[in-house]
Design a protein around this ligand. Structure first.
Ligand code: IPD
Ligand code: CA
Ligand code: CA
Length: 276
């Protein structure tokens, strides 16, 4: 394993222990609201602190872009930026719904080069290093081979926080429900993307995501032979807030069906940087 990936895995497993400990007594957790339907618990913060501490112990000069803002103001000009969601699927976690994960990616000179998505409930570790393939635990992952959308299981996420996306999203949902074999919405985007890489889903789309939701998952998919893009199929998915990810044949079909809705979506109020 690449040494940087080894460090990221160590960080993800430490965060996983924090999360599993917190899950034992959810009623005792302090939960605060960051915004509409946007909750953060002490577990999100403690998991992030464990990750940042582990990464900085080995790589003190690397910048951090993490959802809970632990390392705010770290060196944005750094060549290396770790993009972290310490607990993706917080709403699930807070309800004891067993679908959430840790997501850690390394961006090097603008490219994602290392990725870890760790599901602490099932102890599933999804990893990838650019150019070296993607793995679920010790086994190589490959995207699915299905060729026709009619046979496909497609994952998605609802824009429950971004009301302004809802009308366009509902139209996309209608189209995909008619065209695909089934639609799923488990509630942790980084794990959804890992499922595309593992071939559980044939494709996935969502609008309104942040870079920490998609950075690691996107590399897993590319290294498993899939494609990732924004709704137009272009490369602006990391900071652009829209994503389609699928095996190559299904990707093309999804882009064709969903790209017309692009114009109906409000502009994204980002971009985020390592100094956000
Ligand atoms: C959320 C989850 C969810 C997605 C949201 C994300 P969080 O992340 O990934 O599936 O639909 O847009 O914000 O807040 O639980 O880390
Ligand atoms: Ca997230
Ligand atoms: Ca989160």
């Amino acid at each position: 394993m690449h040494p940087m990936l080894t460090t990221a895995v160590k960080a993800a497993r430490r965060a996983g222990s924090v999360i599993n400990r917190g899950a034992r007594d959810l009623d005792l957790l302090t939960v605060t609201t960051k915004g509409p339907k946007d909750f953060v618990s002490e577990v999100d913060r403690a998991a992030e602190a464990a990750i940042v501490e582990t990464l900085h112990a080995t790589y003190p000069n690397h910048a951090i872009l993490a959802e809970e803002g632990t390392a705010k103001g770290s060196n944005a000009a750094a060549e290396h930026v770790w993009i972290i969601d310490p607990l993706d699927g917080t709403t699930n976690f807070l309800h004891g719904f067993p679908q959430y994960c840790v997501s850690i990616a390394l961006q090097h000179k603008g490219q994602i080069t290392q990725a870890v998505v760790y599901d602490p409930v099932h102890n599933d570790l999804f990893t990838a290093t650019r150019g070296r393939g993607a793995f679920l635990n010790d086994r190589r992952m490959r995207v699915s081979r299905r060729q026709h959308l009619k046979e496909c299981l497609i994952g998605t996420g609802f824009p429950y926080r971004h009301g302004e996306h809802l009308d366009a999203y509902m139209r996309m949902m209608r189209t995909m429900t008619i065209e695909a074999a089934g639609i799923r919405r488990p509630g942790a985007a980084a794990l959804d993307l890992a499922y595309v890489a593992a071939g559980y889903y044939d494709g996935f789309w969502e609008v309104g995501l942040n870079p920490w939701d998609v950075a690691a998952g996107s590399l897993l998919i590319l290294e498993a032979g899939g494609l990732v893009g924004d709704l137009a199929g272009d490369a602006e998915y990391l900071y652009g807030g829209q994503i389609i990810a699928a095996n190559p044949r299904i990707f093309a079909q999804m882009v064709k069906l969903l790209s017309p809705y692009r114009e109906s979506l409000p502009p994204v109020s980002r971009p985020l940087t390592a100094e956000t």
